[in-house]
Design a binder for this molecule. Structure first.
Ligand code: GCW
Length: 645
């Protein structure tokens, strides 16, 4: 079975011209070659893919209309992207696309930019390797210090992304090392080759650049954003980029963050820095994505007044209204760093006059590193549905006019994502970027049907996959760091338990557990004041121990182990119970997967089965270390007398 079968057995008429229409034609032709249908020039047809002049239907550049009447299914678009996305929509709907009648539906992406950021290094980094936080093999783009020759694979990746609705890719790590810095200038040809392979699927290419480029590449003595020579250098560099890649998307910049250079060195603001690049990009229609991940990573753990969670808001809220139109503030979804549970970042919604993008992490750095099943759809959906101004206000998804960005979880692994089930995260991201209010469970069902088409005929397979994936994020949360406190991972690689791994480190990620209690007091009354960065309804909710949601309690408050949660359990008993439950759920998921062996292609089944062994082993390790730690700290026994070491 193949998801393209319903399309490939039909007669299709394709109207319109242009490179993306040619891609669509090639797709339909190849599906017909496999399944016996035909691409026709006129005469009777089952499917019409129609690129029309003008935009009477208000479809925009990427939208399309989908309808069925008189035995014909029609996709109408006013831009080539719309035809491409319409084609994939037909594939998604499958046989149903050719049944009965259907009133016209208009599909338009909510966010104009739906981007994957690759943290891929050109040269293997001594500590971070080829792909920083990559768990899917090597890089699709780079190998042996150069762009890989295998553009067919890059093209196939573009196809995969287009099928998910993604339209932009940044091809190198935001930590820009020496070799990578040169992609901007003398090595731009390699980026152009990648852009050429991605372009047929409507993907624009972006590049991460170093703020120090005028110094490290241009030989200038400064990178001061207000210096005329520096501005001139960037203008020229950008000119060169557009000569090589006329549809280049723009830059991604990590500045003044974890050792990357930035405008602070010159006493300038982040608006100064971003706007300088925006000015250079503006004549060509490019955008600068400026990351808000700016904080002090050399903090003194003894100093309780500094709170890393506050940093992005403190740095950027005062700059609202100062950013150029083609500058987008790229904000991590939580205030810390992609933990399994964090509140929504207070930056989202705090800068009404600034375009922002939300950055999520598809690569599972802190969520099991693609050895554990952890489907993140429900977490991302919660973020996108969050209303920063309270119930009457708009959602984050509606406000994120700068787009949605995910750190990529893809590499050159035969299953793309290392763990085959991690593909569900990639797909869910693309679909949520298209429609942030979509039900993630519905998206998961789509993914199941498309990826394992036999799932549409085998209810046992579909039910099994749902059972394994649906609750996997909460299962992971249950056996790792409790109640929103975060981290507790092994330092450096961030895999597996290390309860005090970051407790006495400079990174600003503490849980403050002692013999009496645990958690970070971020209240305005007695703590760091972080809770007051939210608009009133949220600030009030988080400020009080009584109203703070259980799952975020230790993020916002330091409480005794005997504190009774809203659930009725004490904190310490909750910790014990959820660790045991988490392991049981992981074991159950492993069992369900084992029972699907006759329904899944052997190689895929074996890969997932092997990862489940590791997940269960690691979950037990988490359970035992976390439970032993809190039993020893608190001296409070488990009510149910289970073995804790
Ligand atoms: O989560 C941290 C990661 C770093 C990463 C950084 C960032 C690319 O541990 O590896 O650097 O976030 O987002 O910039």
């Amino acid at each position: 079975m193949d998801a393209f079968r319903p399309l490939g057995t039909r007669r299709t008429l394709i109207r319109g011209t242009g490179p993306l229409v040619e891609t669509v034609r090639a797709e339909v032709t190849s599906a017909c070659e496999r399944f016996g249908g035909e691409v026709v020039r006129d005469g009777p047809y089952d499917l019409l893919l129609d690129l029309v002049a003008g935009d009477d239907l208000g479809l925009g550049a990427e939208g399309f209309a989908f309808a069925r009447a008189g035995g014909t299914t029609t996709v109408t678009a006013s831009g080539q992207h719309g035809v491409l996305y319409g084609l994939f929509h037909v594939v998604r709907v499958g046989e149903d696309a050719f049944r009965g009648t259907r009133a016209r539906e208009v599909h338009r992406p909510a966010a104009a930019l739906r981007m994957l950021d690759h943290w891929d290094n050109v040269a293997v980094h001594p500590v971070m390797g080829q792909v920083e936080r990559g768990y899917a093999g090597g890089s699709l783009f780079w190998r042996d210090g150069r762009a890989r020759g295998d553009f067919a694979q890059v093209r196939a990746y573009g196809r995969l992304l287009a099928a998910c609705g993604v339209n932009a890719v940044s091809v190198n790590n935001v930590n820009v090392h020496e070799a990578e810095a040169r992609l901007l200038t003398d090595r731009i040809g390699e980026v152009a080759d990648l852009a050429g392979a991605l372009r047929p699927y409507g993907i624009r290419t972006h590049l991460s650049v170093t703020f120090a480029a005028p110094v490290v590449l241009g030989g200038l003595s400064t990178a001061d954003p207000l210096d005329e020579a520096v501005r001139g250098w960037w203008a020229e560099a950008v000119h060169g980029v557009y000569e090589a890649i006329p549809d280049f998307g723009g830059f991604v910049v990590k500045a003044d963050s974890e050792g990357q250079p930035g405008p602070f060195t010159y006493g300038r603001s982040h608006a100064d820095g971003a706007n300088m690049l925006a000015t250079a990009l503006a004549p060509f229609g490019g955008t600068v994505h400026w990351r808000a991940f700016v904080y002090d990573h050399r903090q003194d753990w003894r100093d309780r007044s500094t709170d890393r969670a506050r940093a992005a808001y403190d740095h950027f809220a005062p700059l609202d209204g100062e950013f150029a139109d083609n500058a987008v503030l790229q904000v991590k979804h939580g205030p810390m760093d992609f933990q399994v549970r964090e509140p929504v970042s207070p930056v989202l919604g705090a800068l009404p006059r600034t375009r922002f993008a939300v950055e999520v992490q598809a690569t599972q750095e802190y969520t099991g590193q693609q050895r554990h099943v952890c489907w993140l759809g429900p977490m991302w959906s919660e973020v996108l549905r969050f209303r920063p101004d309270g119930e009457q206000g708009a959602t984050v998804g509606e406000l994120a006019q700068g787009g949605l960005v995910a750190v990529s979880n893809v590499g050159d692994d035969p299953f793309w994502t290392g763990h085959p089930l991690a593909q569900a995260n990639l797909y869910t991201f693309g679909r949520l970027a298209w429609r942030p209010d979509a039900d993630p469970h519905h998206i998961l069902d789509e993914w199941i049907a498309l990826t394992l088409p036999s799932a549409s005929t085998s209810e046992r397979l579909a039910a099994g996959l749902r059972a394994v994936l649906h609750g996997s994020w909460r299962t992971y949360e249950k056996y790792t760091a409790p109640l929103g406190v975060g981290f507790m991972v092994q330092p450096g690689h961030h895999y597996g338990p290390g309860v005090d791994g970051y407790e006495y480190s400079p990174w600003g990620t503490y849980h403050f557990a002692d013999r009496d209690g645990i958690g970070v007091d971020r209240s305005a009354a007695t703590g760091t004041g972080y809770a007051a960065q939210y608009a009133k309804p949220w600030a009030e909710l988080y400020e009080s121990v009584a109203s703070c949601p259980d799952e975020l309690l230790l993020f916002f408050h330091h409480v005794p182990y005997g504190h009774v949660l809203r659930s009725g359990k004490t904190v310490v008993q909750h910790i014990y119970d959820t660790r045991f439950e988490g392991v049981e759920e992981a074991e159950e998921a492993r069992r369900v997967w084992a029972g699907l062996a006759d329904l899944v292609e052997p190689a895929r089944h074996a890969r997932v089965a092997e990862r489940f062994e590791e997940q269960v082993r690691c979950a037990r390790e988490w359970r035992d270390q976390v439970n032993s730690y809190f039993l020893r700290k608190s001296g409070i026994p488990d009510e149910r007398g289970r073995t804790i070491h």
